[in-house]
Structure formats: structure tokens, C-alpha cells
Design a protein around this ligand. Structure first.
Ligand SMILES: Cc1ncc(COP(=O)(O)O)c(C=O)c1O
Length: 378
């Protein structure tokens, strides 16, 4: 099987540790293990666990804690994976047959689209629209969903726009899938990172063929744990578990225990609160910077996540801009092209404020030096 390069992951893997100012990340500043488990007795218990193979689909405790995040779910509805990325991988792999169609929300984290094409599916785009505050036009669905549609893959809250689907849009996607018996794969890895503290409604439970994927990398600020999961009907979860036997077999014992600690209700609330405080504290400075340069950038405020998606009003090549910023200013951001939409850029604001300010200063220099761009405020 041939695969297309996963541009975003390659870009970050190669450059994120080589630039001075990395604002390509989409999560908030990660927690340390000591912050995650401040109770020394509890930490000691975790350190004393023998490094056996754990229960390969995730321990009962961890699956029960994950199930608590999904109304009506039980541990039988949960498969623990290595990151949200493996959750998306086994879900796509387990469902696709060559010749199937996949309707894929765009712009997006391009994993499922790239994989689906690799597995022999045709991928169609379900575009988010800036004019609808990065929602979908529900009238697009009847034209795009056909008898061949096997999967409708969405990301909610959205990477890269930070938008949350309105209830009518969510319902329209579920109804369109139900009409043709398609699966909905809903990547909900940013669920819990909402600015207003209102947890995004999961797609799970909306209809019988829904797989919700997520993990601890974004809203929970624990990307290094590599803990993810798929939540779905017990029968398909059982099937995907057998696919998982061919990938990583199981989570690591240590991450299974640490992930359980993270999802203990009081700890979980503390972590999500920390995330929300960080996004609320960090975003206004970037929002002002973008607004002051409104002649250069279009921008709709995100509702969740530490990411801001901004359009380049002159339609310039965002991949070229990102590459020049990297080379000339040692700043790494994400080009729209890497998320399936040209002439946009994604700013990550979950890290250190001073760091972000420095990066924005260098972007200002770049904008002034190249092609004579001059924002009104600069
Ligand atoms: C929408 C989305 N899904 C999945 C992933 C992969 O997450 P993980 O680190 O949990 O594998 C990412 C990472 O950026 C993402 O943005």
C-alpha cells in the first residue's frame, strides 16, 4: 500500500525541535508526571506496578473512566489505543474497503483522509465555511452523501478552526449518515478545551453507527502519554480490538495507570480547568494582534483549543510563507496547505505567552520585509 506524506506531521516532526519559536502546537503547555500525580503515595503505587503487558484493550479501570465521558457508554464500548492517531487509524482501517467513499470535513487534521485514500477509498470534502463561523452548510450533505459513503469523518471541536458544530449541523450529519447507513467517525480530541467551559456534545449516542475517537493529547495536555481511545458499539469495538492486535497490541502499563489517574473525576476536572484557563488567558493577545492586522488576516475566534486559524487576505501561498518564516525567522507555524486549505495559517497559542509575543514580533518583521506588506497598525 502506498501512502501520501502526512505533511503536517512531517513538518512538525522534522522542525519543531530545531526552531527557536515553535507556535505550531495545538495543545496547551503539557503537564509533568509529578503535576499529574502530586500525591506521593499514589505515585509510588504507580511506580511499583510490574511492567507486564497490560490488558491489551486497556484496563477495566481506564476503560470505565473513559466510558464516563460518554453518556450511556460502558467499558465494553471502549478500546484504548496509542494516541488519538491510532484510534483514527484502527477505525479507518477496520471500516474501509477499496471503492468506498469517505466524506471528510475540511480543513482538518489530514490523517483519516490520507489513510482512506491509501486504503483505496475516494475522499470527498465536506467544507467548513468561514461565512458560517466555520460551520457546515447542511444543504451540501444531500449532494455529497451517496450509497457508497462508508464514513463521514468529522473533527469536533475542529482542528484547525477551533469551531464547535451547532446542534442543527450535528443533527444533519447524523441524519445524512443514517440515511445511507454510513459510519460517523468523530474525532473529538479537543473536546474539553472549550473557552466557555461547556463540554462539546459528543457524536456518540447520536445514532447506532458512530465511533468517537479522542485521547489525552490536547484537552488533557498529556501528549507524551500517548493515550487515545475509540468509543463505539460493543461489536465493532471488539472487531477494532483485533485490528489493534496488529498495530501496537496494547497501551504501556505505565501509561494505562497514568491515564487512569488523569481521568479520576477530580483530577480530570482540575486538568480541564487548567486547559481552559490557559486558552482564555493566552488567546486575547493573539486575537488583538490579528484584529490589528485585519487588512492582512481574516479570523473567526475559536470556541475550543489553543489554535487560531487565520486567512491571508491577499491569497498568498501559505506553505511558502511558513517555509520562509522557518528559514528566515526561526518561527514554526502551520500552513493551511497542511490542513487541506490554501492561504490560511494556524497559530498555536497554548505555550508560553512571551514566546508567542516574540514569534508574532518576528512575523511582523517578515510581513514588513517581504512583498511590502504593511498592516494599518504596524
Ligand atoms: C484532530 C486530531 N486528531 C488526532 C491527533 C493525534 O493525536 P494523538 O497525539 O493523541 O495521537 C491530532 C494531533 O494533532 C489532532 O489534531
Amino acid at each position: 500500500m502506498k501512502i501520501e506524506p502526512f505533511e503536517l506531521e512531517r513538518w512538525q516532526s522534522v522542525w519543531e525541535n530545531k526552531v527557536e519559536l515553535n507556535i505550531s502546537e495545538s495543545g496547551v503547555h503539557p503537564l509533568t508526571t509529578a503535576e499529574l500525580v502530586p500525591d506521593v503515595e499514589q505515585l509510588k503505587k504507580i511506580l511499583d506496578v510490574q511492567q507486564l503487558y497490560p490488558q491489551t484493550n486497556g484496563s477495566e479501570e481506564l476503560r470505565t473512566r473513559i466510558a464516563e465521558l460518554y453518556p450511556g457508554a460502558k467499558m465494553e464500548n471502549v478500546l484504548v489505543t496509542s494516541g488519538g492517531s491510532e484510534a483514527n487509524y484502527v477505525s479507518t482501517w477496520g471500516l474501509i474497503e477499496p471503492g468506498d467513499e469517505v466524506l471528510f470535513m475540511m480543513p482538518n487534521y489530514m490523517q483519516i483522509a490520507g489513510l482512506a485514500r491509501g486504503f483505496g477509498a475516494t475522499v470527498k470534502s465536506l467544507w467548513l465555511r468561514e461565512s458560517l463561523d466555520w460551520g457546515i452548510n447542511v444543504d451540501d450533505l444531500p449532494r455529497l452523501v451517496t450509497a457508497k459513503t462508508k464514513i463521514i469523518a468529522i473533527c469536533n471541536p475542529s482542528n484547525p478552526t477551533g469551531a464547535v458544530l451547532r446542534e442543527d449541523m450535528r443533527a444533519a450529519i447524523l441524519a445524512a449518515a443514517e440515511k445511507v447507513g454510513a459510519w460517523v467517525i468523530s474525532d473529538e480530541v479537543y473536546r474539553g478545551a472549550e473557552f466557555d467551559g461547556e463540554m462539546t456534545a459528543t457524536m456518540w449516542g447520536g445514532y447506532e453507527r458512530v465511533l468517537a475517537t479522542a485521547g489525552l493529547s490536547k484537552a488533557y495536555s498529556l501528549p507524551g502519554l500517548r493515550t487515545g481511545w475509540v468509543v463505539g458499539p460493543a461489536k465493532i469495538i471488539e472487531k477494532l480490538w483485533s485490528y489493534h492486535d496488529y498495530t501496537s497490541i496494547s497501551p504501556s502499563m505505565l501509561t494505562d495507570r497514568l491515564a487512569s489517574a488523569a481521568l479520576e473525576p477530580a483530577r480530570r476536572a482540575w486538568i480541564l480547568n487548567r486547559t481552559r484557563e490557559a486558552v482564555r488567558a493566552n488567546y486575547p493577545a493573539l486575537q488583538k494582534w490579528l484584529a490589528d492586522r485585519g487588512d492582512i488576516f481574516s479570523h473567526v475566534a475559536p470556541k475550543a483549543g489553543a489554535i487560531a486559524w487565520a486567512g491571508l487576505r491577499d491569497g498568498r501561498d501559505s506553505a511558502k510563507m511558513a517555509e520562509e518564516l522557518r528559514v528566515q525567522k526561526s518561527v514554526l507555524l502551520v500552513a493551511g496547505e497542511q490542513m487541506g486549505m490554501e492561504s490560511f495559517v494556524r497559530f498555536g497559542f497554548g505555550g508560553d505567552q512571551g514566546h508567542l509575543q516574540k514569534a508574532l514580533g518576528r512575523i511582523d518583521e517578515y510581513l514588513q520585509e517581504t512583498q511590502g506588506w504593511q498592516s494599518r497598525s504596524a
